[in-house]
Design a protein around this ligand. Structure first.
Ligand code: RAT
Ligand code: ZN
Length: 452
C-alpha cells in the first residue's frame, strides 16, 4: 500500500495524487461472460482499440490551467489557430514577416493563419490537421472560408461545462498543469488562494530559478529569502525553504524544468548546486518527483518568439549522474532529440528511479511516436508513460489524445500478436490492465512512491 507523505513538521498535505483513491482504476475482475476468454489474432485489433477508447487517461504534462486561474487558461478558435506550432508553419507558407504578424490583433492573426494554412492549402501537417479534428468534433465546418461560425460557437460555451465536455471527448479524466511560481501574473492568484479543481493538478515549474538564476534571485530576495547571485551562505537552504512554502501552497504532483541540449550535471555552474542543494532535497522532503525535459536549443530564431526554439542532442550522462547520486529522488524524463531516445530507454533499465514519459513537442508526430513507442515497449515492457499532450489550448487535448490512441492501437496490437505467436494467450482484461498501467497507473504510482 502507498505510504502517506508527511512534511517535516509532521503535517500531511492533502495534495493531488496523495489524496486520490488508490483503487479507482484497478481493472474489473474477469467476468463470467466470456470477456476473459483468450483472444484470436483477428480479434486483437478491435479489442485493443476498445480498451484504449474506454480508459480515461491522465494527461501528465500540459500548459492548461484550472478555471480559477482565469485568463491564463487558453481556449477557443482564435487561440487554437494561433498555437505557436502553427505560427512556425505560417512563416513558411506566407510572405508576412514576424514583425508584421506580431503587430496584428489576436483575431487578425488567426484570420491570417486560417487563410494561409487552411484555405489556400490543404492542412495536412500534424498541427493543422489537429485543428480540423477539433472543429469536426464540435460539428463545425472544417472547410469554412472564415472563422465566423467557429467564433460564434466558442463564444456561446460556458467554461466549466466546456472543460468537462472537452475532457470527455479527449478521453482524459485529469490534466497536469505547468505552474510558474515566479510568473508575476500567476503567482498572486495562488497567493490569494486560487480554488482547486479535481480535474487539474499543479506542477511547480522551475525554469526561471534553474535556468535564469541571475535574473530571478532578486525576486526571492524581495520576498524575504536570504539568497544572492553566487548562492553563498544560506542561499541554497533558503531556496529550498521557498520551494517547500510553494509546495504547501500549490500542492504540486511534481516539480519540473525544461533544460537545454547542453545540460550537464555535475558542473561548476549555479544550476548544479541549486539542483543538488535545494531542488532535489525539497522534492525528497515533499515526496514528489522532479521532471526533466531535456534538449531544447532556446531561441535559435528570436523573431518567432515562442515558436523560435529548436532541438539539440543532449549528453545523457547528466541523467546517469543524477539517478545514481540521488537514489532517493525520482525523475520523470522526456528528451526532445530523436537521437537521445534509445539511451533514455537504456538508462531506464539501469535506474528504477527514472520514468521516461511522452513524445515531446517536435516528436509528437505519428511516424516518430510509432518508432519511440515500439522501442520503449521492446526495451521496457509497460513500465513507461507513452504520451502527454503538452496542450496549450484546452481543445487541443481532443486531437492530441485521439492521435495518440490511433497511433498506439496497431503498435499494442502487434505486441500482443507476437506474444500469441510465441505461445502466450491474451485476454481483454490483460489489455485493460496494460493500458491502464501505461496511461494512469505508472504516473500515479511513480508520484506516490515517495510518500512516507
Ligand atoms: O511544446 C511546447 O509547447 C513547448 O513550447 C514547450 O512549452 C515545452 O512543452 C515545455 O514545457 O517547455
Ligand atoms: Zn510543455
Amino acid at each position: 500500500m502507498f505510504r502517506i507523505f508527511r512534511l517535516t513538521d509532521g503535517t500531511v498535505p492533502s495534495y493531488g495524487l496523495n489524496s486520490m483513491p488508490t483503487q479507482t482504476f484497478i481493472p474489473e475482475p474477469a467476468a463470467a461472460d466470456g470477456l476473459s476468454a483468450p483472444l484470436n489474432p483477428d480479434q486483437l485489433p478491435a479489442a485493443v482499440e476498445k480498451e484504449l477508447a474506454a480508459t480515461s487517461f491522465i494527461d501528465i504534462h500540459t500548459h492548461l490551467f484550472m478555471p480559477s486561474l482565469g485568463k491564463l487558461g487558453l481556449w477557443g478558435i482564435d487561440e487554437l489557430i494561433t498555437y505557436h506550432y502553427l505560427e512556425a508553419e505560417l512563416f513558411r507558407s506566407s510572405t508576412i514577416t514576424p514583425e508584421q504578424y506580431w503587430d496584428l490583433s489576436r483575431q487578425q492573426k488567426a484570420d491570417t493563419i486560417w487563410r494561409a494554412l487552411f484555405v489556400e492549402t490543404a492542412p495536412v501537417s500534424e498541427a493543422t490537421r489537429g485543428v480540423v479534428a477539433v472543429m469536426h468534433a464540435f460539428g463545425l465546418d472544417t472547410g469554412a472560408p472564415d472563422l465566423r461560425e467557429a467564433r460564434e460557437f466558442f463564444a456561446a460555451q460556458e467554461l466549466r461545462t466546456h472543460i468537462r465536455r472537452t475532457f470527455q471527448l479527449a478521453g482524459i479524466s485529469e490534466a497536469v498543469m505547468t505552474n510558474d511560481l515566479l510568473d508575476p501574473e500567476e503567482a498572486p492568484l495562488w497567493q490569494s488562494g486560487a480554488e482547486g479543481d479535481s480535474q487539474f493538478h499543479a506542477v511547480l515549474r522551475l525554469d526561471r530559478i534553474l535556468n535564469r538564476w541571475t535574473e530571478h534571485w532578486p525576486v526571492l530576495a524581495s520576498k524575504g529569502f536570504a539568497v544572492d547571485a553566487g548562492l553563498t551562505g544560506d542561499s541554497a537552504s533558503e531556496v529550498r525553504r521557498f520551494l517547500i512554502e510553494w509546495c504547501v501552497r500549490m500542492k504540486p504532483v511534481y516539480m519540473a524544468v525544461s533544460l537545454p541540449d547542453t545540460f550537464a550535471y555535475p558542473d561548476s555552474g549555479v544550476r548544479s548546486r541549486l539542483l543538488a542543494e535545494a531542488v532535489l532535497p525539497a522534492c525528497r522532503e515533499y515526496g514528489i518527483p522532479l521532471s526533466l525535459m531535456i534538449g531544447v536549443r532556446y531561441q535559435v530564431n528570436p523573431a518567432l518568439r515562442l515558436a523560435g526554439d529548436a532541438v539539440g542532442r543532449a549528453d545523457l550522462r547528466a541523467l546517469e549522474h543524477l539517478c545514481a547520486e540521488f537514489p532517493e529522488n525520482r525523475f520523470l524524463v522526456s528528451v526532445l532529440s530523436r537521437e537521445n531516445q534509445h539511451e533514455l530507454c537504456v538508462y531506464a533499465r539501469k535506474f528504477n528511479n527514472l520514468m521516461p514519459f511522452g513524445c515531446w513537442w517536435f516528436l509528437n508526430n505519428p511516424s516518430i511516436v510509432e518508432e519511440i513507442t515500439r522501442e520503449r515497449l521492446e526495451m521496457l515492457g509497460t513500465s513507461f508513460i507513452p504520451q502527454h499532450s503538452d496542450a496549450r489550448v484546452l481543445e487541443q487535448v481532443i486531437y492530441k489524445w485521439r492521435n495518440t490512441r490511433r497511433t498506439l492501437a496497431p503498435i499494442l496490437t502487434n505486441s500482443y500478436l507476437l506474444l500469441t505467436q510465441d505461445g502466450r494467450q491474451v485476454t481483454r482484461p490483460d489489455i485493460r490492465r496494460d493500458v491502464t498501467r501505461l496511461f494512469r497507473g505508472n504516473f500515479e504510482n511513480f508520484c506516490r512512491r515517495g510518500a512516507s
